[in-house]
Design a protein around this ligand. Structure first.
Ligand SMILES: O=P(O)(O)OC[C@H]1O[C@H](O[C@H]2O[C@H](CO)[C@@H](O)[C@H](O)[C@H]2O)[C@H](O)[C@@H](O)[C@@H]1O
Length: 254
């Protein structure tokens, strides 16, 4: 591993929260990775932390996830709160005022799901996730099936036009059209984020587009987890460290 990969420093303390906007990934950043996509545990303190951040930062905060917006709001218990969210890797946007932009659900998802379920039937441990704008093949509990999942997803992508998205022990098919970087640029083009410095915190490959967009807009990315090749400028080792850093931005303990 190149030496510079091990040398990403911890992010600086934010002196003036009024100058920044925060973009937060969900899995592996706000919550620890779980054995299954439907088994994540949300820390009881997270809702309060995000609520304090939203108030302190005058709503310049967005969750940017590969999950759907509905899934994120439900996990956070914030469906009724004015939180900006980009879901489905940037394909759907919920603005702070509750306005929701989303594409049509592609018909080819049925084809993808049928192919994925056929593979899962032959490999105990593979989990198929039906998503609003795509489908995911999880092999966290069947790691030996990773190559078969990758090959099948690539074949279905080639015949359907879906984009391939690799992640942590998962390969996804998702509708083409936007990524997390596009979501950052959309939010940053409008008040209340316009003119501020974007900071994107994430752990997975899908977050690299968010890191690059933040950097291009005068901000930076913060990678969560172990060192790897990344467009992020800083690193935090764990979800607990993310909560502690965010607690500092919010003006107190996590
Ligand atoms: O952009 P994110 O918020 O990080 O979402 C990325 C994907 O996260 C989920 O899968 C990952 O987390 C699961 C729960 O910890 C884990 O079991 C799985 O191995 C990970 O890949 C989610 O299921 C996907 O839909 C998201 O795209």
């Amino acid at each position: 591993m190149p030496e510079h990969l091990t040398l990403l420093p911890a992010p600086p303390i934010v002196d003036r929260a009024a100058d920044i906007s925060l973009f937060l990934d969900f899995d592996g950043t706000l919550v620890d990775i779980a054995p299954r996509h439907d088994a994540v545990v949300v820390a009881p303190s997270l809702n309060g932390l995000l609520t304090r951040l939203t108030q302190r930062m005058d709503h310049r905060i967005a969750v940017v996830s590969g999950r759907s917006i509905g899934d994120i709001l439900s996990h956070l218990g914030m469906s009724d709160q004015p939180l900006a969210v980009a879901g489905s890797h940037g394909l759907e946007l919920r603005w702070m005022d509750g306005c929701h932009e989303a594409p049509q659900r592609p018909e080819a998802i049925a084809d993808a799901l049928a192919a994925f379920h056929a593979l899962a039937a032959d490999h105990p441990g593979i989990v198929v996730e039906d998503k609003p704008y795509g489908a995911a093949l999880h092999y966290r509990q069947a790691p030996d099936a990773g190559p078969a999942c990758d090959a099948l997803a690539a074949a279905v992508a080639a015949r359907t036009g879906f984009s391939l998205q690799h992640g942590k022990m998962v390969v996804e098919l998702r509708a083409a059209g936007a990524d997390k970087g596009d979501a950052v640029r959309r939010f940053m083009a409008e008040p209340p984020m316009r003119g501020t410095q974007p900071i994107f915190i994430g752990d997975d490959l899908t977050d690299e587009a968010g890191f690059a967009a933040a950097e291009a807009l005068g901000g930076y990315g913060i990678l969560v987890g172990g060192p790897r090749e990344t467009a992020a400028r800083y690193r935090l080792a764990s979800v607990a460290d993310v909560h502690a850093w965010l607690g500092g931005v919010a003006g107190g303990e996590a």
